[in-house]
Design a protein around this ligand. Structure first.
Ligand code: AMP
Ligand code: ZN
Length: 160
């Protein structure tokens, strides 16, 4: 059994970090959001921003709450970049096992990036695939078909 699975048995790991039951290197907190250093930093200053309320993935959260979360992401990202002296910063947010999500409490990785350290996403995650025009058209139309009204406003706004 992996470490993260063991910890999940006692309740959600990140919920326990928010409550203070499990210690963390907290860098930011407001009414809805909590941010702390990743315990296995991919680079110095690697920070996780999470909603205080438990949502497993982005798909479980309403648009307005996602908006609030990303306002905090922007705020924390600026501080992380300046505080770590990074040249750039990658945001990574994985939803579901297939995407590599290990801790099932929605989180956004803020990873400071430095010049000349190798490939940057998305090529670092998956190699680009050649897709014929027909396939692209099919995919675009399948995605548009699944576009539901915005949950919080009740309106669909398409610009095309
Ligand atoms: P993910 O693979 O996107 O689910 O990322 C989960 C992240 O949580 C990993 O980068 C872990 O290093 C990090 N992590 C796991 N446990 C802790 C902890 N107790 N404190 C801080 N970060 C943690
Ligand atoms: Zn949780």
């Amino acid at each position: 059994m992996r470490m993260s699975e063991e910890k999940e048995e006692g309740g959600c790991l990140f919920c326990r970090i928010v409550s203070g039951e499990i210690p963390s290197k907290k860098v930011y907190e407001d009414a809805n959001t909590f941010a702390f250093l990743d315990i296995n930093p991919r680079n110095p200053g690697h920070t996780l921003v999470i909603p205080k309320k438990h949502y497993s993935t982005l798909f479980d959260m309403g648009e307005k709450d996602v908006g609030r979360l990303f306002e905090s992401v922007k705020l924390v990202a600026e501080a992380v970049r300046k505080g770590s002296g990074a040249d750039g910063l990658s945001l990574i947010q994985s939803n579901g096992k297939a995407a590599g999500q290990v801790v099932s409490h929605l989180h956004v990785h803020l990873i400071p990036r430095f010049m000349n350290e190798g490939p940057v996403s998305p090529e670092a995650i998956l190699a680009p695939k050649k897709m014929p025009e027909q396939v692209l058209d099919k995919l675009a139309s399948a995605i548009k078909d699944k576009m539901r009204p915005q949950r919080d406003s009740g309106e669909i706004k398409f610009d095309f």
